[in-house]
Design a protein around this ligand. Structure first.
Ligand code: SF4
Length: 331
């Protein structure tokens, strides 16, 4: 790796910020990944929490979330102005037909088409206007590492799925985790990938080292490295939607990532953080970039009534989400 130039990094961030302002990226979204299940039949990606659960789950059917709970979560996201980042689930947890039905219901709740991140599939024809786009969980910006870290998710199959998604008229997204062993130079590959597969949206995460995985003792990527990656990609792709994930222990990254070109932020335990000092901190981070936040992390009036406005079958879950949001779990 060549010697790091702090001036170069700051210049990239400044240029990316200027470009974002020129493009009118003045509103930052809060993105919530809605999970379908805690089971993944592949379960061998070396960084993933689910890989530590596979042997502990005796009955995969029990790891599936109740559909009414998922729909109640979507209703709460809608009330609070949070975007649904995607519907996500491990392999072989729900069938395509089940996913379609859940997506249709969420579409009617939020009024917005849904992104999917439910694994490599050849059944994209089953989906229609309830789906806005398909996400390929590429995870690594380096194809050789990708084979090692995600042995059961061949990159060529992800790429084929994305190309087919494009042919069918869906938008295309990829996820990239930083801190898995890639280097800044690997961005050349990532740029080519975005160009070749006409990617509309990139979701960056920083490594969250889970206990019991090979990365348990790895450090998260440096904030300036993360910012340099995002600003480099923003400058290369002015129209790309960029979402950046950061965990509660790295909230100070948010401001810098927005200046670097992020359109949205994600990866928080949203209901747990709502109304707490951490929720307020996220809003402060956004405020100090001069952008506005779409939705709220603190306004309790937006939680709404304890009854569902969609169906009485969701009431018990709505009530629980509201009560959880009003509890301060960080005291
Ligand atoms: S396929 Fe997805 S859910 Fe399954 S182990 Fe890999 S990253 Fe985790």
């Amino acid at each position: 790796m060549k010697k790091i130039s702090s001036t170069e990094t700051l210049e990239l961030i400044t240029k990316a910020n200027n470009l974002s302002l020129k493009k009118g990226y003045s509103e930052i979204s809060l993105e919530r990944a809605v999970f379908l299940s805690w089971w993944c039949d592949k379960g061998d990606c070396k960084f993933c929490y689910m890989s530590t659960q596979k042997n502990k789950i005796k009955d995969p059917a029990k790891a599936k979330r109740r559909v009414n709970n998922i729909l109640a979560e979507a209703e709460m996201c809608s009330r609070l102005g949070w975007n649904i980042e995607f519907l996500s689930g491990g392999y072989k947890s729900f069938t395509s037909q089940e996913i379609k039905s859940i997506a249709e219901n969420i579409h009617s709740i939020t009024g917005d088409g849904l992104w999917l991140n439910t694994g490599i599939t050849s059944e994209l024809e089953e989906y229609g206007s309830e789906i806005k786009g398909i996400t390929g969980a590429v995870e690594l910006a380096n194809p050789e590492f990708q084979k090692i870290v995600c042995p059961s998710k061949p990159l060529n199959q992800i790429s084929d799925m994305l190309d087919k998604a494009g042919d069918l008229g869906f938008k295309k997204a990829i996820t990239i985790i930083l801190g898995l062993g890639e280097s800044y130079e690997d961005l050349e590959y990532l740029k080519d990938y975005i160009r070749e597969h006409k990617i509309d949206r990139v979701i960056f995460y920083s490594l969250n080292p889970h206990p019991e995985t090979e990365y348990a003792n790895s450090s998260q990527p440096a904030s300036l490295y993360y910012a340099k990656v995002v600003s480099t990609i923003r400058l290369e792709f002015p129209d790309l939607e960029i979402i950046c994930g950061t965990w509660t222990d790295n909230l100070a990254n948010i401001g810098m990532l927005i200046l670097s070109g992020a359109n949205g932020i994600t990866k928080f335990p949203l209901f747990k953080m709502f109304g707490t000092k951490y929720g307020k901190r996220v809003e402060e981070e956004v405020k100090w970039t001069g952008r506005t936040l779409k939705g709220t992390f603190t306004d309790k009036s937006k939680l709404g009534p304890e009854k569902s406005e969609i169906s009485p079958e969701l009431d018990q879950y709505i009530k629980r989400y509201i009560r959880d949001s009003l509890k301060n779990k960080y005291k």
